[in-house]
Write a protein that binds this ligand. Structure first.
Ligand SMILES: C[S@@+](CC[C@H](N)C(=O)[O-])C[C@H]1O[C@@H](n2cnc3c(N)ncnc32)[C@H](O)[C@@H]1O
Length: 297
């Protein structure tokens, strides 16, 4: 094994070994993540833990005292912000919610919610349209650290002041303290916005969910997945969408062509897709009747 923690010194074989060990030890599968990003993240962890070689890293991963647990959070990328890419929020507000607002209830899932800014941006828009009360929101992430921050909903004042411009765009007459309780250093999301949100630790690759949603956000989560993994995740997300439900991806989430079987572009410039409708077909074989799901446009 090599005695340096720079990412280009981690070979593909070492990367494969390390991700397999993490998978066996913690059940978290990073094997389909894009190689260079994963190597950079592992090198970051090695630097932080002052480890000189990948052998030392493996020893820490296998450590009885679970020393590696905290570092798992460092293997994902958590950058997020309130009303990230405002154009997308405009389509969501003016178009998607217009379609959903007459439903008796609305189910939303933020998969890979990071520290919660995306979830609270949506909550503010829902409240503005009097839809918050009939909306159930699930917000999940693989990173317990990010999730803890999301649950707290406490951000620095500096960060929130950056958001003031976006707030003006969506709530021209709104005030920032409508969403946040502001003190000297922090801006904390008010309970009325938090109470309809269910935060949960969830790994998009290995965990499942039985619920069905009208909108799923999965923005900037698959950036580091390879095409095979992206396709697998899109199939799963499709299964969790109601027919015609909306999938919101990140600007740079490039997808393999095969996803066309499951989702169709709704607003291509905003990376909003719609689930293809699933139809059931009855097939009779050897005197037995089977019901199969068929996906159609
Ligand atoms: C860059 S942040 C995106 C946050 C937010 N969706 C946005 O676009 O502003 C990506 C998040 O995805 C989470 N993530 C990465 N892999 C995941 C997985 N397999 N399952 C669930 N969450 C994952 C990371 O922990 C991180 O918080």
């Amino acid at each position: 094994m090599l005695a340096t923690s720079t990412y280009n010194s981690i070979s593909d074989e070492e990367l494969m070994a390390i991700t397999s060990i993490i998978k066996n030890r913690f059940g978290i599968d990073f094997t389909g993540y894009e190689k260079q990003s994963m190597k950079r993240s592992l090198a970051r962890v090695m630097g932080k833990c002052k480890l000189d070689s990948t052998t030392d890293l493996i020893n820490v991963i296998l450590d009885e005292n679970n020393r590696f647990v905290n570092s798992i959070n460092d293997l994902t990328f958590s950058r997020t912000e309130l009303f990230r890419n405002p154009d997308v929020w405009e389509v969501l507000e003016q178009d998607v919610l217009e379609k959903l607002k007459f439903k008796p209830n609305i189910n939303i899932w933020h998969a890979g919610c990071s520290s919660g800014e995306e979830v609270y941006s949506m909550a503010l828009i829902l409240a503005h349209h009097n839809l918050l009360q009939k909306t159930t929101t699930l917000a999940t992430d693989i990173s317990t650290r990010a999730l803890d921050r999301a649950i707290q909903g406490r951000y620095s004042n500096t960060l929130v002041s950056k958001f003031e411009k976006s707030l003006q765009r969506f709530r021209p007459y709104g005030q920032i303290d409508e969403l946040f309780h502001i003190d000297e250093f922090n801006a904390t999301v008010r309970d009325q916005y938090k109470k309809h949100i269910n935060f949960r630790n969830h790994n998009l690759i290995s965990d499942s969910t039985n619920e069905k949603f009208d909108i799923i956000f999965c923005r900037n989560v698959m950036l580091y997945f390879d095409d095979t993994l992206k396709l697998e995740v899109i199939k799963k997300l499709r299964q969790s969408l109601k027919d015609g439900g909306f999938l919101v991806l990140g600007y740079y989430d490039l997808l393999p062509e095969e996803v066309e079987e499951y989702i169709v572009p709704y607003s291509a410039s905003s990376q909003i897709f719609q689930a293809k409708k699933s139809e059931t077909i009855e097939v009779e074989m050897h005197d037995r009747r089977f019901t199969l799901n068929k996906i159609s446009a």
